[in-house]
Design a protein around this ligand. Structure first.
Ligand SMILES: Nc1nc2c(c(=O)[nH]1)N[C@H]1C(S)=C(S)[C@@H](COP(=O)(O)OP(=O)(O)OC[C@H]3O[C@@H](n4cnc5c(=O)[nH]c(N)nc54)[C@H](O)[C@@H]3O)O[C@H]1N2
Ligand SMILES: Nc1nc2c(c(=O)[nH]1)N[C@H]1C(S)=C(S)[C@@H](COP(=O)(O)OP(=O)(O)OC[C@H]3O[C@@H](n4cnc5c(=O)[nH]c(N)nc54)[C@H](O)[C@@H]3O)O[C@H]1N2
Ligand code: SF4
Ligand SMILES: [Mo]
Length: 891
């Protein structure tokens, strides 16, 4: 390996970890954490550590195409630009739209926004950040007059109290979780409170968990506000000098919480017992150095913006903002959610944190020399796809997002795209639910191939750098957009030759007629030479003057808000129930979110075998009492239905969820499952102010789905489309696919259907086992001793015993493997169970055996199995395995 490590940034979550990458002479990419990066100081999580495994040509979109025909770039660009131009000509600028993403680089995002809002003349450009951060943006704007995250990561380490609400940091921002965990180990007095209907792995480091009823955060924080006021904990000096609206906010809170002496009604709605609520109120009240971290449990709600302001109110009332160890902190999801906000990627914002005011429209127009400036906000994501459905929007260009999976009421979105006149999709992956509906496919360069900047949750701008040559004919997103713009006649505005030139204009606009009137100002970064841009070290904004070296910048300790009065606004908010309530038909609430090792629709993390092993199947978490009530069995299958659609998923019985709530992960798609796209179920209700969907609350019903047979099927062919069974999930394994299937048909029927499917494979050896009495059927096809395909079919299969099969494809089949296939059960060293530690690939059974063999605490389990010694994200699970096995032993 050459000792040539290139510094770049992780393309997954908003922590924005610095990565160092090395490319070996055979093109293999190795990564490690960048010790000099202030976000992670050398740490990476399981997803970051597996980045090297995803830099592979497998599944990449290699060439442009129109209606399925391969074309060259000239033809594709001419087609997109002339179609867009003619639709605009005939139906006006609002008949076209862009749907973009917090996974674009700032430079890509900047030109996309400029094309739409300055040149085509419409604000119909929205981003998947609408689904992610728009409630936080709207809440910030109401309180601060602008969209500012006031604090920085260091605050998490120096706080005395961290309140995490609607955030599963352990799985979603693992490196920050590790930083907090380390800080708490140093200072055990530091307190951590988790507010989440589920008991997540984040609770592993919590002193207190408040399992609130879903959707009730406004009431909880209003109760806190009233309590703080009653305890005289408002900071009179801060309130008087820097804020307005405290009285009205308190008045509104008192409407929700009339009698502070008796909180029983409040507790009833919150679903909490009085004692824990009181402990939380007292702890918050007595701890000056408090940070409240919030994420999707807050944002993704029809009262999302109010939830945000309810939190901000508590911090403003007590003046706990902008100082080390205190403040509200909206933690962002995507790697460049923040960059998107900075360039105005949301339909209701202009570039550089400017708004649709007469003055700022004119400023942007002048700066851009824009021929056709948008003068009002455009359609927000859900509305945008509704307008496609209604035929108002006739052409849409989707970039770096997979809306057929990730939008609510996703079957409707699918239908909308099917009937749209022109669907253009830029992606780096060929087969996604959205690329399947595209007329024009444009291959984009992926993480390891593109250059530009991203901004993380603490406003730190870092470079992403190309480390390998592009795959196929893929081009950078900024280039594709500029080429289309030029062909539409906008040569003058899009004559950029590099991301550095775009960054230059972006930095200049941020300072244009700013003079301290806008928070986002990086004008100090103007005038970078191409080489300086290449070497740019991470820096935090604002940066109005180059060389401001302070490592941890904060806003608002001394007021200076961006409202006309320069004061922050406490906003009166009142609790209201989610938009669609449960009823007799749909009696349970469906919550949805993330799992540890997958990223969204799995187009990239799904490429890394290591990451697929932790949780290989979509599931629904059900409380034991609820499972009993609805006759659901652990590992059985369930049919889930809402007013919008349905799904078929595995049942996980766990007391980590509330009795009234189910949880389902968001990651499975129409490409990777028969019917486990959670978006198909989710209600399209949105927050009236932010337009953010209520992803965490959809009324559903659930019932068992009684399968007759189960199958495991592995094939070296990646374009296999399964139609033999009603339930299937697939997963990439090396050069092939692994299917887990279940059916209403008998195992005999499924075995014969699979055998027929395999008949075209030319194998030189066929091993088979049939026991019709027990309904067990197994078959393996080999060529030159290597496994080409195999199936194991039975009435029931032991799910934990499946992971070993995925390691066998296209490898010489040893006797242990052969025995395992023929017996349908892992034998010998293959019997490790499902993978718990992704980094070190340690299986569940190995861990259980180690505990039973004497590894009774975390340190000894770590040292005898090496589990938990990589990124550390599996530690909460290791502890649980220890508890489980010790408990069993004691029984
Ligand atoms: N592994 C992994 N990490 C990721 C991602 C990923 O796909 N995979 N995606 C990234 C992105 S884009 C994002 S936006 C972030 C999201 O990061 P998070 O917001 O932390 O993740 P979620 O799982 O969506 O939801 C957080 C929690 O909100 C809880 N919740 C649900 N309803 C309520 C409620 O009414 N009140 C409260 N207080 N809590 C509630 C859920 O039970 C859940 O545990 O993660 C980022 N990081
Ligand atoms: N039910 C439910 N739904 C949700 C959520 C939830 O909690 N519950 N969360 C929502 C949230 S917060 C988010 S952020 C969304 C995420 O949802 P999506 O944005 O739809 O998910 P991704 O899989 O990240 O999609 C990114 C796509 O861009 C491609 N891509 C990657 N890099 C590039 C690039 O450089 N250029 C181009 N052109 N393409 C690229 C990937 O291959 C992939 O197809 O899901 C939302 N949907
Ligand atoms: S914490 Fe987020 S940014 Fe850091 S390595 Fe993990 S996924 Fe990447
Ligand atoms: Mo997100």
């Amino acid at each position: 390996m050459q000792d040539n490590w290139i510094k770049t940034t992780c393309p997954y979550c908003g922590v924005g970890c610095g990565v160092e990458a090395n490319v070996s002479s055979d093109g293999q990419v190795t990564v490690r954490g960048d010790k000099s990066h202030p976000a992670n100081l050398g740490r990476l999580c399981s997803k970051g550590l597996a980045l090297g495994d995803t830099v592979i040509p497998d599944g990449r979109l290699l060439h442009p195409s129109i209606n399925g025909e391969r074309v060259n770039w000239q033809q594709a660009l001419n087609h997109v630009s002339s179609k867009f131009a003619s639709i605009v000509e005939e139906h006006g600028p609002d008949s076209v739209a862009l749907y973009v993403s917090g996974q674009l680089l700032t430079e890509d995002y900047y030109v996309a926004n400029k094309l739409m809002k300055g040149y085509i003349g419409t604000s119909n450009i929205d981003t998947n950040s609408r689904l992610c951060m728009s409630s936080a943006v709207a809440g910030h704007k109401r309180a601060f007059g602008t969209d500012t995250v006031p604090g920085c990561y260091q605050d998490f380490e120096v706080a005395d109290l961290l309140v995490l609400t609607g955030s599963n940091l352990a799985w979603c921002h693992p490196v920050l979780f590790q930083r907090i965990k380390a800080a708490k180990e140093q200072r055990p007095d530091m307190k951590i409170v988790v507010i989440d209907p589920r008991r997540t792995d984040t609770c592993d480091i919590a002193d207190m968990h408040l399992p609130v009823k879903p959707g009730t955060d406004v009431l909880l924080f209003n109760t806190l506000l009233a309590y703080l006021a009653k305890q005289n904990l408002h900071s009179p000096e801060y309130l008087e000098r820097y804020t307005e609206g405290a009285e009205q906010a308190l008045h509104a809170a008192h409407g929700d919480v009339p009698e502070l002496g008796d909180l029983s009604d409040v507790c009833e709605i919150l679903g909490l017992d009085g004692e824990i609520l009181n402990r939380f109120l007292a702890l918050f009240a007595e701890t000056e150095n408090t940070v409240t971290i919030y994420s999707q449990g807050v944002n993704q709600s029809t009262s999302g913006v109010d939830k945000v302001n309810a939190i901000l109110n508590c911090h403003l009332l007590t003046g706990r903002i902008g100082k080390p160890g205190m403040g509200p902190f909206s933690i962002t999801g995507q790697p460049n959610a923040m960059g998107g906000r900075e360039v105005g990627g949301l339909a209701n914002m202009l570039a550089a944190h400017m708004e649709f005011t007469e003055q700022q429209i004119a400023q942007v127009q002048t700066f851009w020399n824009a021929p056709s400036m948008a003068i009002q906000p455009g359609a927000k994501a859900v509305d945008l796809f509704d307008q496609i459905s209604e035929g108002k929007i006739k052409a849409v260009w989707v970039m770096a997002t997979n809306p057929v999976v990730s939008l609510p009421d996703a079957d409707k979105v699918k239908q909308a795209l099917k009937q749209c006149e022109l669907v253009v999709v830029s992606d780096c992956i060929a087969d996604t639910d959205t690329t399947r509906l595209a007329h024009v496919l444009l291959p984009a360069r992926g993480w390891a191939e593109k250059s530009g900047t991203v901004t993380n949750s603490e406003r730190r701008i870092s470079r992403q750098r190309a480390i390998v040559p592009p795959t196929g004919e893929a081009m950078p997103d900024w280039w594709i957009i500029c080429e289309v713009a030029k062909r539409m006649g906008f040569e003058q505005g899009f004559n950029f030759n590099s991301p550095a030139e775009i960054f230059e204009e972006h930095a200049a606009l941020s300072g244009y007629e700013n003079e301290g009137s806008r928070d986002f100002d990086i004008s100090g970064m103007q005038g970078l030479a191409e080489t300086e841009y290449d070497q740019l070290a991470p820096f935090q904004w604002p940066m109005a003057t180059r060389g401001e070296v302070s490592l941890h910048k904060r806003f608002f300790a001394e007021g200076n808000f961006y409202t006309p009065s320069k004061r922050a606004r406490l906003v009166p908010v009142k609790y209201r129930a989610p938009a669609s309530g449960i009823d007799g038909k749909y009696p349970l609430v469906l919550n949805s979110g993330r799992i540890r090792d997958q990223w969204h629709t799995m187009t990239r993390t799904g490429l890394a075998a290591k990451l697929n092993a932790h949780i290989p199947e979509p599931f629904i978490s059900v409380h034991p009492n609820t499972a009993k009530k609805y006759a659901l069995e652990e590992q059985g299958l369930a049919h889930v239905e809402s007013a919008h659609g349905s799904a078929l998923v595995r049942v996980q019985v766990t007391d980590r969820v509330r009795e009234d709530e189910l949880f389902m992960p968001i990651h499975w798609t129409g490409v990777t499952s028969a019917r486990a796209r959670v978006g198909a179920l989710v209600s399209p209700d949105v927050d009236a102010l932010s337009g953010q969907p209520e992803f965490k609350y959809t009324p559903v019903s659930v019932q068992p789905w009684y399968r007759q047979s189960e199958a495991l099927f592995i094939t070296a062919e990646t374009d296999t489309q399964i139609s033999e069974s009603e339930y299937w999930v697939n997963q990439r394994v090396g050069q092939g696919l692994l299917y887990r299937m279940a059916s209403l048909q008998s195992s005999e029927t499924i075995a014969s259907l699979l055998e027929a499917r395999l008949s075209c494979i030319s194998a030189d050896q066929k091993l088979s086992f049939i026991d019709s009495a027990t309904g067990s059927y197994r078959l393996a096809l080999l060529k030159e001793g290597k496994l080409l395909a195999c199936y194991i079919v039975g009435k029931r299969l032991d799910r934990d015993d499946f992971d070993w099969v995925s390691t066998l494809l296209e490898k010489p089949l040893g006797s242990e493997a052969m025995r395992s296939i023929m017996s349908g059960k892992a034998q010998g060293s293959l019997a490790a169970g499902r993978i718990v530690c992704a980094c070190k690939q340690v299986g569940y059974k190995t861990l259980c055996n180690a505990v039973k063999g004497g590894a009774k605490d975390l340190d000894s389990l770590k040292s005898c199995t090496s589990a938990g010694t990589g990124c550390g994200s599996c530690v909460p699970e290791l502890k649980e395995i220890i508890d489980e096995n010790l408990f069993e032993a004691a029984d």
